[in-house]
Design a binder for this molecule. Structure first.
Ligand SMILES: [Zn+2]
Length: 947
């Protein structure tokens, strides 16, 4: 299809790419490329479905490029690589977007007033608003993927498989309901999982209150325990003070009052009041302070009839910061909660699920927790209970979606028991190959070792409802469900539904369709239960992608089982703690095997100055404008050959894309254009390698064989960077070495062999580049071989000849000699056209074969080569000119002059011309005439072509 009309002119690469796209569409090349490969030889690749809420950026383009390169390669190797697009539809990002759009106020309450059905319907209809834009961009970058049959995580079939997977985990007793201290977003009214926090930079440096609080010892007038906190909003919830049992604590006197602090902290604390030698009244062990009671700061909190407000001991107390005495608020901290459990302290929340104070906390009732801090400090100041209050900068976690400050809270939640599964998770990772390799036992492996249990429940709406029905009123002493039924399919739901007909007509299993359905909890059908209101963390859904996208095990059973796990997945580095991790946990939990064999992990693309790419700052070029300027092949090659493929960060440089376009595509084009000028429309012969007779052709075929082997080995090892770099170097060798040495031969009457070798090399080069730069490779295919078929349907090339390593090394050596010789000529201002008597080489290698030396002689224009083996490398040129050498130099200059005249006059390379010249060395007349295609050479006053 894209046949080039004008070979002499550099084409518009982006326009050519559009033509290639049209050809692929019309030819249905992608479909053919899948279907022509046998079903019995699958290559499986899992695609992490993107969120459908925004438009693709460079990160997506990078991911999509590698997800295209690898499948194209394996297709050419004869494998069948199905590629179906998927959409991640659920989760907080979409809910937040819809809440904003509908202007729903009041968080969860606002949504529930609006109606879960209305809210979910709004999410559902908004979900694919960007799908067409995605399709346009993904198509334009050349990624082959089936959009038409794309799966969505909101499909009933997909959700049903997620239920099934969860039920498997439950059967293996890997699921439990607990109350765990998690980072909680009061805006989204949901806990966030650790990897959601770890994924991107969720921590920001902020200024917070740092307060030293005086807790008055009971039955004393002015004896205090001094405790330090950076979360004064937790003070109304204070239930105890904790000390380190074996550390020493001292009572000191400051300004007439008495304070208990850790002995190590005495000086520091005293300094706060400008006292340099405080008087220590007494020193005791922490455990000696145990059970001493103090007056509560506030009297608002109901204590659940439990004992509170006394000193207790705990090993987590640190003597690094603060006073060595820790204020404990039971449910707002991981250590606090553990301690409260151990000591049976009251666990009463002071905040509602939107992070606002309950009514009973009178002075700050209804206030957002962070905003209440100053009021609370003021209240305590009035009571003379503040020792010191100041501002202090520290790193604090924020919700990655809505930027609300998070806090730790002990909420009831459902968990996957990662601790129980951990040995298997670590063991299974051993059979996964990571690129780069250090991730295996580094970021990913370490992540597995330290992984906490995975909180998979979200108190939200737009997600797959958890298929857990809980017996009403059956709660443990800490308020957790004790009796429940997990349903693994819609059929099973019908079986246990109290009113089975409710299930019969279900077209959808989102919350609005399920929440009213009651289920028999016990097999005897005596206990009714309601569904636990939570939906799944959307990472459970994306992690279920391998089986859920196929509706396994309800459909595609044998297909799935025979092709699990996938050969290949690829995402950016943060997914080692997210998607890669989730998929691994679910796969090992459900199938007792890893989900993937090879994980290619990319880095992050940053703006050119190393800062984050930011839409508002406009610190990066618009991807579509860039593609339409240079062509997407240049962008693809730029990304694939860069450090970002080694999981390092890449500072994106438009200049580098432009350079690569010149260095590769313009040069490649020039070689091709030269080739076509002398061979015309004759297609290259590619079914067998041409027979080389000239040493340069032998070298090229050997080099080509080496390149094929290197590219294949590297792509087999998922090292796209090395493969790209080998190809980039080869284009340079082809142009600056092979063509430079072979130009005259290719042009000459008996250039047929050289032409066929170059044509063959150009064709194979296009094949090798095809996975990475699919467009220009296709253009080459159509203009070298055949414009009806596609290069992407061809078989991956095999080495055409046995590699002649000795020849390649000899060529490398004389290239070095040539470089050194050219450097000398440049220094002495002697043109290459001026022949010299000889070059004297001292090298560590033996003298190259005669044919190679001839190449050297031609390249550096000398009459002879003297070669000496030595322990070093040096090159010397004989610079004295004999009269014969001078004359030959003049003759060469004349030939060049005539070629220039021909070019200026646009004379066809095949036509002879008459030329007028002021002078030329007479002895060289015939040579000049033949070399420069001159029919007659006449003396005249100026140099010109006579018409
Ligand atoms: Zn949030």
């Amino acid at each position: 299809m894209p046949k080039l009309a004008n070979i002499a002119q550099l084409p518009d690469f982006p326009k050519l790419e559009e033509e290639v796209l049209a050809f692929w569409d019309q030819d249905q090349t992608f479909k053919k490329s899948v279907e022509q490969r046998p079903e019995s030889k699958p290559y499986i690749f899992y695609d992490g479905p993107p969120f459908a809420t925004g438009l693709p950026h460079y990160g997506h383009i990078l991911a999509s490029t590698i997800k295209d390169v690898i499948p194209r390669y394996w297709t050419m190797k004869g494998y069948r690589v199905d590629r179906v697009w998927g959409w991640d539809c659920h989760g907080l990002p979409i809910e937040n977007m819809i809440e904003k759009e509908l202007d729903l106020k009041g968080g969860k309450k606002g949504i529930e007033t609006f109606g879960i059905d209305n809210f979910n319907q709004a999410c559902r209809s908004a979900i694919l608003r960007f799908d067409k834009d995605w399709e346009v961009i993904i198509r334009r970058i050349g990624r082959w993927v089936d959009f038409k049959n794309s799966y969505k995580t909101m499909d009933k079939t997909y959700m049903e498989s997620v239920w099934w997977g969860f039920a498997q985990l439950d059967q293996k007793e890997l699921i439990y309901q607990g109350r765990k201290v998690v980072l909680y977003c009061p805006r989204c009214a949901t806990p966030l999982s650790n990897f959601e926090i770890a994924m991107d930079n969720s921590y920001k440096d902020v200024q917070d209150n740092s307060v030293y609080i005086k807790f008055r010892r009971k039955d004393t007038k002015n004896e205090y325990f001094l405790a330090w906190t950076t979360t004064p909003w937790t003070l109304p919830g204070n239930v105890a003070l904790a000390v380190l049992p074996d550390a020493e604590y001292s009572k000191i006197e400051i300004e007439g009052d008495f304070y208990w602090v850790a002995k190590d902290k005495v000086t520091e604390v005293a300094k706060m009041r400008e006292i340099h030698h405080p008087e220590i009244i007494e020193t005791v062990k922490g455990k000696d302070l145990e059970k001493i009671e103090y007056e509560p700061l506030f009297n608002y909190m109901p204590l659940d009839a439990k004992k509170a407000h006394y000193v207790t001991t705990a090993n987590f107390v640190s003597l690094t910061d603060g006073t060595g005495i820790v204020h404990t608020a039971a449910i707002y901290g991981e250590d606090d909660y553990a301690l409260a459990q151990e000591k049976n302290l009251p666990c009463v929340p002071t905040l509602d699920d939107e992070g606002k104070f309950f009514k009973f906390v009178t002075p700050v009732a209804g206030m957002f927790y962070k905003k209440a801090e100053q009021t609370l400090i003021d209240e305590l100041e009035k009571l003379n209970l503040v020792f010191k209050a100041e501002k202090y900068t520290h790193s604090y976690p924020f919700c990655y979606r809505c930027s609300t400050p998070l806090y730790y809270s002990a909420v009831p939640a459902w968990f996957i028991d990662v601790q129980k599964l951990k040995p298997e998770l670590i063991k299974s990772n051993e059979s996964v190959d990571w690129y780069p390799e250090h991730l295996k036992h580094g970021r990913f492996g370490k992540g597995l070792e330290t992984a906490p249990d995975w909180n998979i429940s979200r108190s939200r709406y737009w997600g797959t409802p958890m298929p857990i029905w809980v017996a009403a009123g059956k709660k443990s002493s800490v308020g957790l469900s004790t009796q429940y039924r997990v349903v693994s399919s819609i059929e099973e739901l019908q079986k246990w539904a109290v009113v089975p007909s409710q299930v019969e007509s279900l077209t959808d299993i989102h919350r609005e369709f399920l929440d009213d359905i009651e289920v028999w909890i016990d097999d005897a059908k005596t206990v009714k239960g309601k569904r636990t209101p939570e939906v799944f963390d959307c990472w459970v859904e994306s992690g279920s992608m391998p089986f859920a996208s196929r509706h396994y095990p309800f459909e595609h059973k044998s297909e799935f089982e025979s092709s699990y796990p996938a050969q290949f997945i690829s995402e950016y580095i943060a997914q080692t703690r997210a998607w890669f991790y989730c998929m691994h946990v679910l796969s090992v939990g459900i199938f007792e095997a890893p989900a993937f064999q090879n994980a290619v992990t990319t880095g992050t693309i940053l703006a050119e100055d190393g800062s984050k790419m930011s839409k508002s700052k406009k610190n990066y070029p618009d991807p579509m404008l860039l593609i339409n300027k240079y062509g997407v092949d240049s962008l693809r090659l730029y990304l694939m050959s860069s450090v970002v493929m080694k999981a390092d960060n890449l500072n994106f440089s438009e200049k580098d894309v432009s350079e690569l376009r010149k260095k590769i595509f313009v040069i490649w084009w020039n070689i091709f254009s030269f080739y076509k000028t002398y061979t015309g429309a004759t297609p290259v012969v590619v079914d067998k390698a041409p027979q080389a007779t000239h040493v340069m052709d032998e070298w090229l075929l050997s080099r080509l064989s080496s390149v094929i082997t290197e590219v294949t080995t590297n792509l087999d090892a998922y090292d796209v960077v090395k493969a790209s770099r080998v190809l980039i170097e080869f284009v340079d060798q082809l142009s600056t070495w092979y063509l430079r040495q072979s130009r005259e031969r290719i042009k000459s009457e008996d250039g047929a062999t050289a032409q066929s070798v170059l044509g063959y090399a150009l064709y194979v080069l296009a094949q090798l580049f095809a996975p990475i730069t699919p467009f220009f490779s296709e253009v080459m295919h159509h203009n070298l071989l055949d414009d009806q078929s596609s290069i992407h349907l061809s078989e991956w090339p095999q080495a055409p000849v046995k590699v002649d390593l000795a020849l390649e090394q000899e060529m490398e050596t004389i290239k070095k000699v040539a470089e050194a010789s050219h450097a000398v000529r440049k220094e002495k201002a002697i043109k290459v056209r001026q022949p010299l008597a000889k070059v004297m080489v001292q090298a560590t290698t033996t003298k190259p074969r005669a044919a190679v030396l001839d190449v050297l002689i031609q390249e550096i224009n000398v009459k002879a080569v003297e070669w000496q083996q030595a322990d070093h490398f040096s090159v010397q040129l004989e610079l004295d000119l004999t009269p014969e050498l001078k004359e030959e130099g003049q003759a060469r200059e004349v030939m060049r002059q005539i070629q220039q005249l021909r070019k200026d006059a646009e004379v066809d390379v095949h036509n002879s011309v008459r030329v007028e010249l002021p002078e030329w060395p007479e002895a060289w007349t015939e040579q000049i005439k033949s070399k420069a295609k001159v029919s007659e050479l006449v003396k005249g006053s100026v140099a010109r072509i006579i018409c």
